[in-house]
Write a protein that binds this ligand. Structure first.
Ligand SMILES: [Zn+2]
Ligand SMILES: [Zn+2]
Length: 93
């Protein structure tokens, strides 16, 4: 894990995990489509908070993709920076 903010700015930083991480625990059925193709649609997001030595903090979350070719249920891997979250919520100054 590297800090995307620091790497975008060419800075170096150490990264720590924050807390234990979490995952949602929804039931996750497999099914077969009319071509007999097996689908596995993971709807459980796994997330972990991180912070870096330059003061950035973010949540990394991921979800597995479906192994069936051409299926639109793709893997998700994303870092959500917490100050981005605050920006979209709007801060009253
Ligand atoms: Zn950083
Ligand atoms: Zn699928």
């Amino acid at each position: 894990m590297i800090c995307e903010r620091c790497s975008a700015g060419g800075d170096l930083s150490d990264v720590w995990t924050v807390g234990m991480g979490s995952s949602s625990l929804a039931y996750n059925p497999s099914f077969w489509d009319d071509d007999g193709q097996q689908h596995d649609h993971d709807i459980n997001y796994h997330s972990q908070d991180y912070r870096c030595s330059n003061g950035h903090s973010w949540t990394f979350r991921h979800r597995l993709g479906c192994p069936a070719p051409g299926c639109s249920h793709e893997a998700v891997m994303e870092s959500v920076f917490h100050d981005d979250y605050l920006d979209t919520e709007g801060i009253v100054r």
